[in-house]
Design a binder for this molecule. Structure first.
Ligand code: SF4
Ligand code: SF4
Length: 80
């Protein structure tokens, strides 16, 4: 079965579950696409788990912590 979390936008993902490493608490700034309404594009960054790639996918998905495997939210049906 496909992982419905793969369809979850990175901003929502970070807001709800991947904002820091659940085992170490480590986080990093990753760039996200967007504009802020000012002239030209601005580089926006968001604080995320140090294992979250800039593409929004977990870089250690197959070996992610157990807590990540059981943590699901009510949005899952939205992205399934
Ligand atoms: S658990 Fe919820 S917020 Fe987290 S990635 Fe999955 S659908 Fe998105
Ligand atoms: S280890 Fe992966 S699944 Fe767990 S919080 Fe970090 S990015 Fe998300």
């Amino acid at each position: 079965m496909a992982n419905p979390c793969e369809k979850c936008p990175i901003v929502e993902k970070v807001a709800c579950c991947c904002n820091s490493n659940p085992e170490t608490g480590a986080s990093k700034n990753i760039p996200i696409k967007g504009t802020c309404g000012m002239k030209g594009k601005r580089k926006l960054k968001i604080l995320a788990c140090d294992n979250l790639g800039t593409d929004g996918y977990c870089e250690i998905y197959e070996k992610r912590p157990e807590i990540c495997k059981i943590k699901f939210c009510e949005k899952i049906s939205q992205w399934a």
